[in-house]
Design a binder for this molecule. Structure first.
Ligand code: COA
Length: 498
């Protein structure tokens, strides 16, 4: 069994228990762990680290690809083991510790973390912990359901722990395409011309002498928590698909559209599922994460190919895909996130990028991260890598949140992740605003007329008209611009004046 999964015999002696491997992680270390959107994270070693930290407290800087599953962020937070965390997270307990100032969270564009390590602008990992399905004859590491930053961590770290997940088939080998750009400034162009191009290797190259421990694990990825579409997410999907049809009719897009990037979550999943019944054919994805909807499209013969950095699916979909990977392998590729999200490629391919906003304002600035300007939700993730560079940058959100107490369309966003320069199309269940080629005052008209919930429309019109009377290229009444957020903070409702 061990020799099937560890094909370089000299590495067999490195097999250790999770506790022994976790003991190699020392207080103060920067630890680079695999894991991207709750897929492919190392599991046994971080969970053993949690147990160890209960008896022998330590603090680490934890760097991953993106979010982790199996409550690892939660458990590491509860034992006080996280001093610093980057570049993304989605866990409630960690979120609270971040917002209480107990964990320093560095929210980054997902393509940038390893670029900053490469340039020695942020600390490189002392130790890397990566999940694998196997180790090859040369000692190279075959990742599992995500690539994320794993290849870079392995390259940068002095020591590497490999966690072999026996629940996944070794047949996953061949799914990945590992390519790491050279150092700047003499880097050659990344020669990826089409989403299905393969430009690298199928395993992470490593000097086997760096591998200090190999741990076997039988823990699965946490299933996706995307909810089924509801009437509002379905309406958002319908508006967007109708818009894309019009773009095809107008000759601005081919019937195969352009490579699609779709963010994680319920709305994004509903939009992609909606494409099953659309007239579009021969679709391709150039995305960072693949959800259930990707496999619905593949099975329906609508999607030709999907490139991403991870696969995050529900339990039944995981069984269908990973239990039958041979059926899908030639239609999929998983890449390092600095390639799946590389701005240069996104711009060149002309992607259509669809991401979710917390709120946007009447001029099209988008807040994806901070509730009421202060409290971190998850992080910017890959949304900025794509939005700034996409041919069509789409942001979707429900028009209200928290039972209508919050309007997602506001006079001025309380935090800006994507400026109006980067946003082309905004969609709520109410309708769609096409901002392309519009000046700020025209954008405001399109957004108020098409996207705002009726309960908030007259208040927003009133603000906009009075702001225009004052004048300006982007008219605002600064004393009132954040009044809705102040109302929310003080009285729990954006329009309540107490
Ligand atoms: N103000 C305050 N809270 C808001 C809000 C607003 N304007 N809009 C939504 N929310 C709350 C919702 O009520 C919900 O709260 P709950 O968890 O207590 O129910 C929560 O935010 C999530 O909103 P939801 O509508 O369910 O959407 P989502 O799960 O798709 O998450 C983002 C939306 C913006 C938080 C999420 O998409 C994200 O983190 N985006 C940034 C990262 C990204 O885009 N990555 C790129 C691709 S993976």
């Amino acid at each position: 069994m061990n020799s099937d999964r560890i094909r370089l015999p000299s590495l067999l002696e490195k097999v250790k228990s999770a506790d022994e491997a976790a003991a190699l992680i020392k207080d103060g270390m920067t630890v680079g762990m695999s894991g991207f959107t709750r897929a492919g994270e190392a599991k046994a070693v971080p969970l053993a680290l949690v147990e160890r930290a209960k008896k022998d407290p330590l603090k680490i800087t934890l760097v991953t690809g993106a979010s982790l599953g199996n409550d690892i962020d939660k458990k590491l937070t509860e034992v006080g083991a996280l001093a610093r965390r980057l570049p993304f997270q989605v866990d409630n307990t960690l979120r609270k510790a971040i917002n209480d100032g107990q964990v320093m969270f560095i929210d980054q564009h997902l393509s940038e973390t390893v670029e900053q390590m490469r340039a020695n602008q942020i600390a490189r990992p002392d130790i890397a912990v990566v999940e694998a399905v196997s180790i090859t004859e040369k000692g190279y590491i075959v990742p599992t359901t995500s690539v994320g930053n794993s290849a870079n961590f392995v390259q940068f770290a002095k020591q590497v722990i490999v966690e072999i997940n026996t629940t996944l088939s070794p047949e996953l080998e061949g799914l990945h395409d590992i390519y790491l750009p050279e150092e700047r400034p003499n880097r050659t162009p990344v020669n990826l011309l089409k989403p299905d191009d393969r430009i690298g290797t199928t395993a992470i190259e490593v000097d086997p002498s760096k591998i200090v421990a190999i741990v076997f694990s039988d823990l699965s990825d946490s299933p996706s928590n995307a909810l089924p579409a509801d009437s509002e997410t379905q309406a958002i999907a319908d508006h967007l698909i109708e818009f894309l049809k019009q773009e095809v009719d107008a000759g601005r897009l081919p019937n195969s559209l352009r490579p699609l990037q779709v963010g994680i979550g319920t709305i994004a999943n509903a939009v992609t599922s909606g494409l099953v019944k659309s007239p579009f054919t021969d679709l391709v994805q150039y995305s960072e994460v693949l959800q259930d909807s990707t496999f619905e499209l593949l099975d329906a013969g609508k999607l030709k190919f999907a490139s991403a950095s991870s696969i995050t699916v529900s339990a039944p979909c995981a069984e269908r895909v990973f239990g039958n990977i041979a059926k899908y392998k030639d239609k999929l590729v998983l890449r390092p996130q600095e390639i799946s999200n590389l701005p240069e490629i996104v711009r060149r391919l002309g992607t259509i990028s669809i991401n979710t906003a917390l709120e946007f304002d009447i001029y099209g600035n988008v807040n994806s991260t901070h509730v009421n300007g202060s409290k971190m939700m998850n992080g910017i993730g890959g949304s900025g890598d794509f939005a700034r560079n996409a041919q069509l940058a789409v942001f979707v959100t429900k028009s209200t949140a928290k039972g209508g107490a919050i309007s997602s369309v506001v006079p001025m966003v309380s935090h800006v992740d994507h400026t109006g320069h980067d946003t082309d199309i905004l969609v709520t269940e109410i309708g769609l605003a096409d901002l392309r080629g519009l000046a700020p005052r025209e954008r405001a008209r399109a957004i108020i007329d098409n996207c705002v919930h009726p309960d908030y429309r007259s208040a927003l019109n009133d603000y906009f008209e009075r702001a225009c009377a004052k004048g300006g290229q982007t008219p605002h009444i600064l004393r009132e611009a954040l009044e809705w957020h102040i109302n929310l903070e003080e009285r729990g409702n954006m329009l309540s004046k107490g």
